[in-house]
Design a protein around this ligand. Structure first.
Ligand code: MN
Length: 235
């Protein structure tokens, strides 16, 4: 009952303020975990202590990943980046990969995981890929925006079942080149990879949709987070 899940804080540039979407914390609580918001920092000692306190790490949504991290020039349609988040999440993710500590990456989280494993992103779907479905829905976000196809014989299929699945969608970036260290687990109607896992790790999963907005109406979102919390090992 006391698995600690560390959440990467959201940062509001206009207000110069740290914040959180309550759903990230509420769904962890409902799944029996203890969510804590980690400090936004590049201080290695603080990151080390933060990491060791956590049984699992939730990479939240938020800023665009800096294209520097995948060796691309930034285009004007790329959104605001946050180098502090990029740094701290890189540090925490790479330690988690070493230790096989469970990670759930959501939206920015799946994108950052892919980049840190050597993959690339569309900096802006509307300008870099002809969009056949709208990936950037308006509120409320607990509605289905498009379908994905959950690939058979994947961890995700084991958790929520294979085949068609309607998800919400609130992103303008997405995986372009999938990292060699990751496997795709779900693909959207227009061919965007919307769920991945790190190869040879128990539970390092990223999804492009937002369980924190849909877990009350979509049982599969809850099941995904439950599987994440269940894989965390209390220390
Ligand atoms: Mn989408």
């Amino acid at each position: 009952m006391s698995k600690v899940i560390g959440l990467i804080p959201l940062y509001d540039d206009d207000k110069d303020s740290i914040w959180m979407v309550p759903g990230y914390m509420n769904v962890i609580e409902e799944c029996g975990g203890v969510p804590i918001i980690l400090p936004l920092t590049t201080d290695i000692n603080i990151l080390e202590k933060s990491y060791s306190m956590c049984d699992g790490i939730l990479l939240t949504g938020g800023h665009d990943v800096n294209p520097n991290l995948y060796n691309e020039e930034i285009i004007k349609e790329c959104g605001t980046t946050n180098d502090t988040r990029d740094f701290m999440e890189k540090y925490l993710f790479e330690k988690a990969v070493e230790d096989d500590k469970p990670v759930l990456g959501i939206c920015r989280g799946i994108q950052l995981m892919n980049v840190l494993l050597g993959g690339t992103l569309y900096q802006d779907l509307p300008t870099q890929k002809k969009e056949e479905v709208d990936h950037h829905m308006s509120a409320p976000y607990d509605r289905i925006a498009h379908e994905v196809f959950v690939l058979p014989d994947t961890l995700l299929a084991n958790i929520i079942g294979e085949g068609e699945y309607g998800v919400n969608s609130y992103h303008h970036q997405a995986i372009k080149q999938l990292a060699s260290g990751a496997d795709a687990m779900a693909v959207s109607e227009d061919g965007i990879i919307e769920a991945i896992r790190v190869k040879n790790r128990r539970f390092m999963v990223g999804v492009q949709w937002h369980p924190e907005f849909s877990y009350k109406t979509d049982e599969k979102c809850k099941q995904l987070v439950q599987a994440f919390v269940d894989e965390c090992r209390e220390h």
